[in-house]
Each structure stands twice: as structure tokens, then as C-alpha cells.
Design a protein around this ligand. Structure first.
Ligand code: ADP
Ligand code: MG
Length: 255
């Protein structure tokens, strides 16, 4: 029996040259021989301290960077450049301020060559999915952080990628909005059955959301553990096993 895997990260390393101020010719190993697989339709989180290579790993999976060693494969093909099959959502929303929400979401669809009418219909469908249909004509600055992040998620989903990569998407939100967004993201994931790779430095968030958690450490950036989260859904933080798993990950990271 072999579960299908969407992404394979095989002995991937990434070395960056250091800036001149830190000495000419020196390098930093952002990732050191990192391997794991992302299964089809799973919700996988990556946790670890700042600087352990989480964003670098996501950029490699998105095809925005090339590995220094090893390979990143999507299904059986090397990820050589960005594609519509793999979508990316950042912490800072990256919505265009001069476009309304619906026009922001149409943008990616226009790049795909979808005719105007169809792009509009699809943009509206995804705004509806994230609960923003009523704000379709609003500009990003007129919205709260939570609404902007929902719009960014709608934009990434609208091009219908197979894999959604999310880099600390809720990091800039207040605690209450963050909890609401976690629930909404799970609802969308369950409805649309996407493969999600979710980077966070919140262990609580990872345990709440994920099927599996990749735990990383730094200097050099590397995977120290890949855990199954065997907690029933919908999850509650009141479950003692929730706290136990969170504690054991904290322990691993020696926070
Ligand atoms: P994280 O997202 O886990 O905080 P990053 O992937 O951003 O970690 O960074 C991992 C390491 O690689 C850090 O030491 C960072 O300074 C370094 N790094 C990341 N991107 C670059 C780059 N473009 N040039 C040089 N160093 C980089
Ligand atoms: Mg990062």
C-alpha cells in the first residue's frame, strides 16, 4: 500500500552566500539534507524556530528557488519554476491596493488566460467560499486584517492549485481573528480537499490544524521529527492529548 504523495523533498539542501558585512566568501546553510513527503490531500504543518529554513523550504516547493543539492518533486516531476498547480499565500496578503477584491482575485485567472466573464464568475465563487461576497467591490485598505487574509486565500484557491503552500498566513492577525481563521481554513480544506503545507511558529496552531507536523531546528536548518497528529476532528484544545502533544513538541525544541 502506498499513499500517493503530492510533493517529495529528497535530501534537499540550500546554501546562501552571506552578505559582505559578514565576511566575503562565507555561506549560511539554510537547509541541510532535508527529506520528507507531502501526501495527497493532507494538512501538513512545518514548525520550528525563526531562521530554521521554513520559508526557504516553501519557496523551494513553490519553484521560486532552486535547491543547492537534492530535489523537490511534484508528483514525478521536478519543481523547476512556479506553476498554477502550486499556490502560495504569505503573511502580508500581497493584495494589490489599487484593485478591488474581486479584481484582485481575477488577476491570477487572467494570467491563466481565462476569458473575462469566466474569470469574474470564478472570482465571485471563491469570494463567496471565504465569506467575502458582500465586500467584492471593497479595496484592501477598507478591510480588516482577517478579511484581507481571507481574500488572499481566495485568490490562491481561485486558480485551483493542487497544493496550497501557506507561509505564516495568520502571523499578523490578533489572537481572536487567528482562531476564527484557523476554523475557516479547516472548513475550506474539508470542502475542497486540497493538499495544504502550512508554515507556522505556533505549535498550538500546528496541532489544531494538521494531520502531520514536520518539526525543524536551526543551525543548520533541518528536520528533527515528523509526527502524526492522532487527534479526532473537530479538535478541541480541552482534549488532554492536545496539550500533551503540544508539550512534547515544545520539549523537542527545548523552548
Ligand atoms: P524561517 O522562515 O524558518 O525563519 P528562512 O528560510 O527565512 O527561515 O531562513 C533560513 C536561513 O537562511 C536564515 O539564516 C536566513 O538568514 C537565511 N536566508 C534565507 N534567505 C536568504 C537569502 N536570500 N540570502 C541569504 N540568506 C538567506
Ligand atoms: Mg519565514
Amino acid at each position: 500500500m502506498s499513499a500517493k504523495h503530492a510533493l517529495t523533498i529528497a535530501a534537499v539542501s540550500k546554501v546562501f552566500p552571506l552578505g559582505r558585512a559578514n565576511g566575503q566568501g562565507k555561506t549560511v546553510t539554510a537547509l541541510d539534507s532535508t527529506s520528507f513527503k507531502v501526501l495527497d490531500n493532507e494538512f501538513l504543518s512545518i514548525v520550528g524556530p525563526s531562521g530554521c529554513g521554513k520559508s526557504t523550504l516553501l519557496r523551494l516547493m513553490a519553484g521560486l528557488e532552486k535547491p543547492s543539492g537534492g530535489a523537490v518533486n511534484f508528483r514525478d516531476q521536478e519543481v523547476a519554476r512556479p506553476s498554477g498547480r502550486i499556490g502560495l499565500v504569505f503573511q502580508d496578503y500581497s493584495l494589490l491596493p489599487w484593485r478591488t477584491l474581486v479584481r484582485n482575485i481575477e488577476l491570477g485567472l487572467e494570467f491563466q488566460g481565462l476569458p473575462g466573464r469566466q474569470a469574474r464568475d470564478k472570482a465571485l465563487e471563491y469570494l463567496e467560499l471565504v465569506g467575502l461576497a458582500a465586500s467584492k467591490d471593497a479595496y484592501p485598505h477598507e478591510l480588516s486584517g482577517g478579511m484581507r487574509q481571507r481574500a488572499a486565500i481566495a485568490r490562491a484557491l481561485a486558480v485551483e492549485p493542487d497544493v496550497l503552500l501557506m507561509d505564516e498566513p495568520f502571523g499578523a492577525l490578533d489572537a481572536h481573528t487567528r482562531l476564527l481563521m484557523q476554523r475557516e481554513l479547516l472548513a475550506i480544506w474539508e470542502k475542497r480537499k486540497k493538499t495544504v503545507v502550512f508554515v507556522t511558529h505556533s505549535i498550538d496552531e500546528a496541532v489544531y490544524l494538521s494531520d502531520r507536523i514536520v518539526v525543524m531546528d536551526k543551525d543548520p536548518g533541518r528536520v528533527i521529527e515528523v509526527l502524526d497528529v492522532d487527534l479526532p476532528r473537530p479538535r478541541t484544545r480541552k482534549n488532554p492529548d492536545f496539550g500533551r502533544l503540544t508539550e512534547s513538541i515544545l520539549e523537542m525544541l527545548k523552548y
